[in-house]
Design a protein around this ligand. Structure first.
Ligand SMILES: [Mn+2]
Length: 461
């Protein structure tokens, strides 16, 4: 019968084989499940969840399925960037880790996070793996979750794509993938949760407490709740999100009584697991509350950390076929507050070095969050800040500014702070009145504006 714990220990054991320092031979088949480069909660949990789904085929016996096969979630950031994602760290460590793997035997270091099921970009040489495949060995399969087109840096993995589960704008690539679910729901994890539900039914699972234990329920709920503002009515939650969340919550409530009697998952082995009772027994409501707090607290980060924390980059072709590099940082703080901590000059310096380091042509900061007024009324709002790299001509800058200003999906107005001493700044601040548009909506708007640009010219440097 399927057991998530079996899956976890198989992944933890197998992923050691893919570390650069490994000298043992690789398994025959490697399945990589890659999340998007923002490596947010949804991407991280999705890559673990789809990996689990893959482990449930072709038979219901996970150990048998994973014999000679490595199924590895890939987190699309270097290990050190996990520190910028306190919410993801919380879920990975409390709900998705096994602490009892024999780490000392392998002289593994706690900082490498090797008790987490999945590898970060600095822990695996994807390029080498793809090249090795040219000799037909090992068999490589790539699954994309929470994005449906590979980042440019991973272009070389394109021939190996076997599946996509995503909720972003469908770029219609890889139409012949074995698994292809691209639906505009609130959270990609909802789509995978429903796939798991279906698969477990197919294989006649009866022991759900082992197949979808409490810790996995919590981990799956985390992105679903975060991406839908706790399933708020008239918000981003679609029926798939509600269906997935309801199923997980119903499982949790079924476990409630059973656990107190048998303590099934937690103490059915002598091994000590990482799951702390506290974090396991909290309600979905508390989970949402804890994670929101962890995610929005950026007080301990530098301004560059804040830009890096939730960042996506795209290469877009303009009408003449020139490449335009677009970067978008999503920042869980309102601009007003950011300006009080880092002031206009600090922000300008940070943005300039970000643009030059990443060689960006267009850079957008999307600030968002809740402001509490003196009469303790809470209002959610967004700002949109745009800046340009040195290669964009003044004429093109003006054209882009005009187009973003006239976009009804953004509904921008001048940000008051922009009056006064920022006139020389190359950064333009706006208040974004259309608060429903997050990066998922804004990114295709900007892509379309760029693709229609005729005037993009490289100004002489
Ligand atoms: Mn997502």
């Amino acid at each position: 019968m399927p057991s998530f714990k079996t899956f976890l220990s198989e992944v933890l054991r197998n992923q050691l084989l893919l570390l650069p320092e490994n000298t043992l031979s690789l398994p025959k088949c490697i399945q990589l499940v890659i999340g998007n480069e923002s490596a947010d909660m949804d991407s991280i949990v999705s890559s673990v969840a789809l990996s689990y789904y893959l482990s449930l085929s072709p038979t219901p016996d996970i150990s048998k399925n994973m014999k000679g096969k490595c199924i590895i979630p890939i987190f699309n950031i270097p290990t050190c960037d996990l520190r910028l994602r306190a919410d993801c760290s919380y879920v990975l460590k409390n709900y998705l880790s096994l602490k009892d793997i024999s780490q000392d035997k392998n002289t593994l270091n706690e900082n490498k996070h090797l008790n987490i099921p999945g590898l970060f970009l600095d822990q695996i040489d994807l390029f080498k793996l793809a090249k090795k495949k040219q000799n037909n060995f090992p068999q490589l399969e790539v699954y994309l979750v929470d994005h449906n087109i590979l980042n440019k840096k991973h272009d070389f993995l394109n021939p190996f794509i076997k599946g996509i589960v995503d909720h972003h704008f469908d770029e219609k690539m890889h139409a012949d993938a074995n698994i292809r679910v691209v639906e505009p729901v609130g959270s990609c994890t909802s789509l995978i949760t429903l796939l798991l539900q279906k698969r477990l039914k197919e294989i006649n699972t009866t022991d759900y407490q082992n197949a979808i234990p409490r810790n996995l329920c919590m981990a799956l709920l985390a992105p679903i709740l975060m991406d839908t503002s706790n399933l708020k009515a008239n918000g981003k939650a679609k029926s798939a999100d509600i269906e997935a969340a309801n199923w997980l919550i119903s499982l949790l409530s079924k476990y409630e009584d059973a656990e107190f009697k048998s303590e099934h998952f937690i103490t059915n082995t002598k091994k000590k697991e990482i799951f702390e009772e506290d974090t396991l027994k909290i309600s979905p409501e508390e989970l949402y509350h804890n994670l929101s707090k962890l995610k929005s607290d950026i007080s301990q980060y530098s301004f560059l950390d804040i830009l890096n924390k939730d960042y996506k980059q795209l290469d877009v072709k303009d009408a003449s076929g020139n490449n335009v590099v677009l970067g978008i940082s999503s920042i869980p703080e309102r601009l007003q507050k950011l300006l009080t901590f880092h002031d206009v000059d600090g922000i300008k310096t940070g943005v300039d070095s970000f643009i030059s380091e990443l060689k960006l042509d267009l850079f957008v900061m999307m600030t968002h969050g809740t402001i509490v007024s003196p009469n303790s009324e809470k209002t959610f709002g967004r700002e949109f800040t745009i800046s340009f790299g040195p290669k964009i001509t003044t004429h093109t800058r003006e054209e882009i500014l005009e187009k973003v200003k006239s976009s009804p999906e953004l509904d921008l107005e001048n940000f008051p702070q922009n009056n006064g001493n920022t006139t020389n700044s190359e950064i333009t601040y706006f208040k974004q009145n259309c608060i429903a548009s997050s990066r998922k909506q804004v990114s295709p708007i900007l892509t379309s504006i760029i693709s229609h640009l005729k005037a993009y010219k490289t100004s002489p440097l």
